[in-house]
Design a protein around this ligand. Structure first.
Ligand SMILES: Nc1nc2c(ncn2[C@@H]2O[C@H](COP(=O)(O)OP(=O)(O)O)[C@@H](O)[C@H]2O)c(=O)[nH]1
Ligand SMILES: [Mg+2]
Length: 231
């Protein structure tokens, strides 16, 4: 079995190294898995690509802007049997992903999303972000009747054979991609999806997103998706 770690980057020269180094490749080997790192870089102006290549990552340049756009390009190019996603900023527990993959395989799941609230390390989430995430997750639960604690988590474990049943190419190019891929996976009877407890660490390096704009953007996207308004 092959695992592809798909990671979007935009000026993450400080974060990408620790992110890739955290993966417990010995645990992968012990399980007989092979792996590759697939970086989808938004034409970074810093040393992100060099740092990734130094760790034998395959680097794709996707100059079209957007977090969702990067994942669409990455999913099209990934050839692992299982895909693992996450930010290149040290926030997600890449040191634990072999356990999350075990969970997917043991429970015969297609899609696992990692709930960051399982363990929030000190300084990992500002009060503003906590409030924003609370509003977004509560709204998602109310509008879509889905049991999701953390609608904005960016760490997912996906069985590649299930990607045909998740219409990711039609999802938004921006940050709303994250909540929408969960909605699509969870509302389909032919996709076995689950949320599992995970962790969140403080960020390495500067954030690319503008919280207020992206937060309200995601909130609007939830309402539009629920009532099928194009926007
Ligand atoms: N390729 C690409 N990556 C992006 C883009 N915007 C954000 N990213 C990456 O996507 C991940 C999430 O962005 P981040 O700024 O951490 O967002 P936050 O976690 O919601 O604060 C990080 O690894 C970023 O480097 C983009 O336009 N293109
Ligand atoms: Mg991040």
């Amino acid at each position: 079995m092959k695992v592809t770690l798909v990671i979007p980057t935009l000026n993450e020269e400080q974060g990408i190294g620790p992110t890739l180094d955290a993966v417990d490749t010995a645990a992968f080997e012990a399980r007989g898995w092979t792996w590759d790192f697939l970086i989808v870089d938004g034409d970074s102006r810093d040393r992100t690509r060099e740092e990734a290549e130094a760790r034998d990552a395959r680097v794709l340049v996707e100059p079209r802007r957007g977090y969702g756009r990067a994942y669409k390009t990455g999913f099209d190019a990934a050839d692992g049997d299982v895909l693992v996603t996450g930010d290149a900023d040290g926030t997600y527990p890449f040191d634990q992903v072999h356990h999350y993959i075990d969970h997917l395989l043991d429970h015969d799941l297609d899609f696992v999303t990692c709930d960051r609230y399982g363990r929030l390390h000190k300084g990992a989430m500002s009060p503003k972000h906590k409030l924003g995430n609370f509003v977004l997750s509560t709204t998602l639960r109310a509008l879509f009747r889905l049991r999701l604690r953390d609608s904005q988590s960016g760490m997912w474990i996906i069985r590649r054979s299930a990607l045909d049943r998740i219409p990711y190419p039609e999802l938004p190019d921006g940050m709303a991609f994250s909540q929408e891929i969960k909605i699509e996976a969870f509302r389909r009877d032919d996709v076995a999806a689950e949320e599992i407890p995970s962790e969140l660490h403080p960020r390495i390096g500067e954030a690319v997103i503008e919280s207020w704009r992206d937060g309200f953007g995601n909130l609007g996207a939830l309402w539009r998706k629920r009532f099928r308004v194009k926007g």
